[in-house]
Ligand binder design. Structure first.
Ligand SMILES: Cc1cc2nc3c(=O)[nH]c(=O)nc-3n(C[C@H](O)[C@H](O)[C@H](O)COP(=O)(O)O)c2cc1C
Length: 177
């Protein structure tokens, strides 16, 4: 299966992106997970820019979402909320049909961020009929560097947990489509 992973952080040394990168590496080659890296290139959503006026990076996002078997999101909390860049990407997807039945799950790179998580759960449960809230994986990665995160997630117990999570998401995505 092919999945798309979206990090809510555009920070170079992001813990959320490092979590998704490592999940992608641990899932391969059985499962292909592409980690998306274009949130910072998307214009601010406006209905006036939809349709014929849609910018190339937005089209790319919509096409990637349409083609993927499922989406994994990992996001920091910014001021008790979903970061603007991630919410902006979601806003671009809402009026089209690419996202409607897409299987989606959350992973989390922090021991905090409950306000963002509950807001994001509400949003994802609204934009797709196949958001699986029960399937959730969380690691306390705040302040760790990408290489520390890679090493931490490659311990036997964490690797087992990640591979089981991906396998469960694949089973869910198969049932949902
Ligand atoms: C502008 C800003 C606002 C933040 N607000 C919160 C917050 O409300 N609650 C929280 O737990 N952490 C908050 N944080 C901390 C980040 O969520 C945390 O550092 C996270 O690990 C960053 O993710 P990243 O490593 O993927 O960039 C904030 C960080 C920034 C830069």
């Amino acid at each position: 299966m092919n999945f798309l992973a979206i990090s809510g952080s555009t920070r170079r040394a992001s813990t959320n992106t490092a979590l998704l990168d490592t999940i992608s590496q641990l899932a391969a080659p059985a499962t292909n997970i592409a980690v998306l890296n274009i949130l910072q290139q998307l214009p601010i959503f406006s209905p006036d820019l939809e349709g014929a006026a849609t910018q190339v990076d937005v089209r790319k996002l919509i096409d990637l979402v349409r083609q993927t078997d499922g989406i994994i999101i990992s996001s920091p909390e910014y001021v008790h909320a979903i970061p603007g860049g991630l919410k902006n990407a979601i806003d671009w997807l809402v009026s089209g049909d690419a996202i409607i039945d897409k299987p989606m799950v959350l992973v989390h790179a922090s021991h905090r961020g409950e306000d963002m998580l509950s807001a994001l759960r509400l949003v994802l449960g609204t934009i797709t009929a196949n958001f699986n809230e029960q399937l959730f994986l969380s690691f306390p990665l705040v302040s760790k560097s990408p290489s520390e995160i890679g090493a931490y997630l490659r311990t036997d117990a964490n690797t087992r947990q990640i591979r089981a999570f991906i396998s469960d998401f694949e089973a869910y995505a198969r049932l949902s489509t």
